[in-house]
Write a protein that binds this ligand. Sequence first.
Ligand SMILES: NC(=O)c1ccc[n+]([C@@H]2O[C@H](COP(=O)([O-])OP(=O)(O)OC[C@H]3O[C@@H](n4cnc5c(N)ncnc54)[C@H](O)[C@@H]3O)[C@@H](O)[C@H]2O)c1
Length: 256
Amino acid sequence: MKLQGKVAVVTGGARGIGRAIGERYAAEGARVVVADLIGADCDATAAAIGHGAIGVAVDVTKQASIEALIAKTVKVAGGIDILVNNAGVFDMGPLLEITHEGYQKIFAVNVEGLLFTMQAAARQMIAQGRGGKIINFASQAGRRGEAFVAVYCASKATVISLTQSAGLELAKHKINVNGIAPGVVDTPMWDHVDSLFAKYENLPLGEKKKQVGLAVPYGRMGTPEDMTGMALFLASADSDYIVAQTYNVDGGNWMS
Ligand SMILES: NC(=O)c1ccc[n+]([C@@H]2O[C@H](COP(=O)([O-])OP(=O)(O)OC[C@H]3O[C@@H](n4cnc5c(N)ncnc54)[C@H](O)[C@@H]3O)[C@@H](O)[C@H]2O)c1
């Protein structure tokens, strides 16, 4: 029980990687706040997780919604110890066709949403005076660029940078900010990724997913559960001396 008595907010927690992390945290004693776009989905996932988990609808692109999430968490659970900044969106397309609107859509969630949720949680953690853990979801896409994926890759490189700066700034408050860079993980997001690659690389549906899975040194795509060991480590006291790092959890795809 590494998270006994802790309160953990997981954005994008209704499905995919976020949901698996919520389940793992609850099994380790945490009270989980499932924070996602649609209230009914949050409630359903929270009910499945149990252990006092609650669902709170949030749109991390809206400052008022972020504030309401933190306020509700404090009201219902008495504070916040762990934030998993996991909400994210993916899109891709040729460089010559990138629009301001498409760019802003990705950055609004993956960068601004992550930054201002981190800021709101950090303010609350500092006010509480008992430290905290913030885990930001980057990606292997943040380690190097990729044709057709410029904006998403840039958004995740920004997450790695924000994690470094915030980690250095908040360490004195005993708030550890670290990140996870997954490789390819079989979630609803990857179904969407696969359908976009099918369009831009003229592949049959499912083919890109097969290819990326075979290319992983470990031999397969990751599962959401594969992400939870690192997410637990970074949320627990075991990682107290770890500051501003982003860890690859990718079956060997990337090496730095
Ligand atoms: N699946 C992968 O292969 C992979 C690889 C690298 C990084 N990641 C990152 O991991 C994180 C989780 O990915 P996933 O595969 O579980 O994705 P997913 O699409 O399955 O789940 C993401 C969740 O985020 C929520 N969300 C989107 N916009 C939101 C908003 N504005 N406010 C609140 N919630 C919002 C969605 O509703 C969804 O439930 C993302 O940040 C993603 O970029 C995923």
